[in-house]
Design a binder for this molecule. Structure first.
Ligand code: GDP
Ligand code: MG
Length: 178
């Protein structure tokens, strides 16, 4: 077997955070589906998938970590955060509580991660237009206040999913390389 697909210049670990049910696992599977270099691993309590892609002049292996349901019990271990250079903090635009909990996720992230971590706020499920309960303005205001990158997505119809990941990867690249 050729090992060509395992060659990369840099590995970026990105963690997914947010309440149970907001769509973290589906964002991950959308981003990694149809991908040349897809891989997925299951360990005790933690799952991740990786995709290798070109960011600027470098081949980046994006290793995306997904909780395996521990977020339900606020039982995410420090190993989950270890070495992460990016975080997608996700809420469900049809569930105001999940937006209200973003603060808690940011606090937990701050306690467990490197201060240089690139954070992006993600409002998911925008395909459910009639059920929306968090406006894009609210999301943007929150992101501005906390100086986070911001995007709205639909993991269902894949709106902005690629853009969410490539944006955070580019920001991480800029922070690391320059
Ligand atoms: P997680 O608990 O954060 O990993 O959330 P999941 O990815 O398991 O998704 C929870 C539920 O929401 C599942 O029934 C998904 O099918 C659904 N879901 C996830 N993302 C979207 C989305 O963008 N739009 C819609 N309509 N449903 C979604
Ligand atoms: Mg999940």
């Amino acid at each position: 077997m050729t090992s060509d697909q395992d060659e990369f210049d840099l590995l970026f670990k990105i963690v997914l955070l947010g309440d149970s049910g907001v769509g973290k696992s589906n964002l991950l599977s959308q981003f990694c589906r149809n991908e040349f270099n897809f891989e997925s691993k299951s360990t005790i309590g933690v799952e991740f998938a990786a995709r290798t892609l070109k960011i600027k002049d470098k081949t980046i292996k994006a290793q995306i970590w997904d909780t395996a349901g521990q977020e339900r019990y606020r039982a995410i271990t420090s190993a989950y955060y270890r070495g992460a250079v990016g975080a997608l903090v996700v809420y469900d635009t049809t569930n105001y509580d999940s937006f209200g909990n973003i603060n808690n996720w940011l606090t937990e992230l701050k306690e467990n991660s490197n201060e240089n971590i690139v954070v992006m706020l993600v409002g998911n499920k925008i395909d459910l237009v009639n059920l929306r309960s968090v406006s894009i303005t609210k999301g943007k205001e929150f992101a501005d206040e906390y100086q986070l990158n911001f995007i709205e997505t639909s993991a269902k119809d894949s709106t902005n999913v690629e853009l969410a990941f490539t944006t955070i990867l580019n920001k991480i690249y800029d922070r690391i390389i320059t």
